[in-house]
Design a protein around this ligand. Structure first.
Ligand SMILES: *Cc1c(COP(=O)(O)O)cnc(C)c1O
Length: 409
């Protein structure tokens, strides 16, 4: 077994230091648990940042990847492969009923949404995308330009043109940002990296009405809140509205890299041959992983489980507000949960990880939890105990506001 110090040396010598990594080397995972190279076990309430919806190394998904890896891994998108068609049918049926495009990551899925909107609007002179302040849409040049956070953009100017920002949960602000050049409004149903902030029902309904009124597209970034995490298959479904297209990634392949967009039928044939592509997008292997992931989420009723487990986790946390100093608020949807502190959260998050509970400080003062959707009740209770103990031992710090830190993704 490689010791942590040897891994540390490999990273410090050979891996570009663009992440603030914790000095832990993980070697194995099962369900909600992961083990590091010293044998220490952690409860994974981060789920690889909303990726491990079905838990680590789910046997059905592992089997599907193994079986497909023995048959056919990749042939390119010059040909049909059955798995891609089957996955497209699944995602279409679960969401917007139109067609899908496949890629490999969240940023790439949002790139596809942005290109779809621009291509759709090209003859009408519509190209601008209105996105929200405090949003997160990825790290490529177009998606960081769509991301309404200076800390993500700083140093990478000039940004891609054609992006304007409005205030999240403020319909008037979005209305003000829409011009004759606007092609689409891009929004997360629950802002994840921005601090686990759910959209208000009136806001999402109002966005749909505004987009209909102006004849523009409503695009939902479902990369973090999709695939059952919030207690519906997709975050938008809790609002009784339908966007025109959505982007997916994170939980779609339970850790196997895959991204996708799904459109409404009216947008299904906008992108014609030659307009867009991705060599690795939707390989038979990636689609096998995603098909198995969907089969597990459906078979084990994990969407319902996310809602019920979210309640089991969130209500005791809410009861801690007022009991623990510095805990200001608990918010979220299903198993997308944020503890809001009245001061920087990094110290407490580090403490929780030391105590064996993986989580992440985000947006400065929020601790984010994104456990597997099949997290057991006993694991939720264990996590709550750890959180209680951590608060008891931690009395807050008088640390000044943190410097802007790079975001997590
Ligand atoms: C993580 C994330 C992305 C970017 O996905 P990558 O796979 O890291 O490119 C985009 N949007 C949201 C809402 C995300 O949470």
């Amino acid at each position: 077994m490689t010791e942590n110090s040897e891994v540390a040396e490999l990273f410090s010598n050979y891996v570009i230091p663009n992440y603030a990594r914790k000095p832990i080397a993980f070697v194995r995972g099962k369900g909600t648990r992961v083990w590091d190279s010293s044998g220490k076990v952690y409860l994974d309430f981060l789920g690889g940042i909303a990726v491990q919806g079905a838990g680590h190394c789910h046997p059905e998904i592992t089997k599907a990847i193994q079986a497909q890896a023995e048959r056919l891994v990749h042939v390119s998108n010059l040909y049909w492969t059955e798995n891609q068609g089957l996955l497209a049918r699944e995602l279409s049926g679960l969401s917007l009923k139109g067609k899908c495009f496949f890629c490999n990551s969240g940023a790439e899925a949002n790139e596809a949404l942005i290109k779809l909107a621009r291509y759709w609007g090209r003859e009408k002179g519509k190209f601008e995308i209105v996105s929200m302040k405090n949003s997160f849409h990825g790290r490529t040049l177009a998606t960081l330009s769509a991301t309404g956070q200076a800390k993500v953009q700083a140093g990478f100017e000039p940004l891609a043109p054609g992006f304007v920002y409005a205030d999240f949960n403020n319909l008037a602000s979005v209305r003000d940002a829409v011009t004759e050049h606007t092609a689409a409004v891009l929004v997360e149903a629950v802002q994840g990296e921005g601090g686990v902030i759910p959209a208000q029902p009136d806001f999402m309904k109002g966005l749909r009405e505004l987009c209909d009124e102006k004849g523009i597209l409503l695009l939902c970034d479902e990369i973090q809140c999709g695939m059952g995490r919030t207690g519906s298959w997709f975050g938008f479904q809790a609002y009784g509205i339908e966007p025109d297209a959505i982007s997916l990634a994170k939980g779609l392949g339970n850790g196997f890299p895959i991204g996708a967009i799904v459109t409404k039928p009216g947008l299904s044939d906008v992108l014609q041959p030659g307009t867009h592509g991705s060599t690795f997008g939707g390989t038979p292997l990636a689609c096998a992983a995603a098909l198995a992931t969907i089969s597990v989420i459906r078979g084990e009723k994990l969407v319902e489980r996310a809602a019920a487990a979210g309640e089991k986790f969130q209500s005791p946390l809410k009861a801690m507000v007022g009991k623990h100093a510095h805990l200001a608020e608990v918010r979220g949807a299903g198993l997308m949960v944020g503890l809001v502190l009245d001061q920087p959260a990094k110290d407490l998050a580090d403490k929780l990880v030391d105590m064996g509970l993986l989580c992440l400080a985000t947006a400065g003062n929020v601790i984010r939890f994104l456990p597997p959707l099949n997290v057991k009740d006993s694991e939720i209770e264990d996590a709550l105990d750890i959180i209680n103990d951590a608060f008891d031992e931690w009395n807050g710090t008088a640390a000044p506001e943190e410097e802007a830190k790079p975001a997590d993704a």
